[in-house]
Write a protein of this length. Sequence first.
Length: 88
Amino acid sequence: MLGSGVHIYVSNHKFDDTSISILKQGHSAPKSVTLKYGCWIGANTIILPGVTIGQNSVVGAGSVVTKSIPENAVYAGNPAKIIKQLNR
C-alpha cells in the first residue's frame, strides 16, 4: 500500500568536493529502492536511494527513510526510526 504524495528517489546530487559548486558535481550512481510484499508506506513519505522496506513493515506518514527497514516493523519520523516491532 502506498499513500498519496510518496517520493521514491534512486539518485542524488553529488556533494563530495566542497571546492566545486554542487551544480557542477553531477549525480551519484543510481541505487535501487525495494519495497517488499505487504509493506505500507504512509502519505508524503520520502524514501532515499538504496533503501529496502521489509515485508509487512509500516512507514508512518511524512517520514524520511534514509536507511533500510527490517520486516515486521513500524518506523516513523525524520529520519525514520523504529517505533515498534510487529508480531511475526
